[in-house]
Design a binder for this molecule. Structure first.
Ligand SMILES: [Cu+2]
Length: 120
């Protein structure tokens, strides 16, 4: 009896692990990640870009690296794509790879966050 119980436990544990793995795979298939070069200057920019992009459709995670001026975005492939995310970033007022910042949005940024500001 003891053996039967341990075998059953092992079978269920194995099954659980396999299902968890499969779920993780399905999750990963849904998401993709893109790194976008941008024109951020300071922590206010970081804050603004991270909150702004997080609101864009299909975006799951946003992380801006101020040293590299690169924003890493995890997004749902079925809801958005790289170009839409770049576009959303330009609308916040920042360059996104080859796409220049939306001029109006850029000019509304505090002076210290604009492209010609010195890094600080
Ligand atoms: Cu700034």
């Amino acid at each position: 009896m003891k053996i039967l119980v341990s075998v059953l436990i092992m079978v269920f544990a194995g099954f659980g692990a396999a299902t968890a793995q499969q779920n993780a795979d399905n999750e990963n298939e849904k998401f993709a990640e893109v790194k976008i070069k941008t024109s951020s200057k300071c922590n206010m920019c970081k804050e603004r870009i991270e909150t702004g992009l997080a609101l864009a459709k299909g975006v799951k995670e946003v992380e801006l690296d101020l040293e590299k001026n690169t924003v890493t975005v995890k997004y749902r492939k079925d809801k958005t794509d790289e170009d839409r995310i770049r576009k959303a970033l330009t609308k916040i007022g920042y360059d996104a790879d080859d796409m220049p910042a939306d001029q109006k949005a850029h000019d509304r940024l505090p002076l210290c966050c604009q492209k010609d500001a010195e890094p600080h």
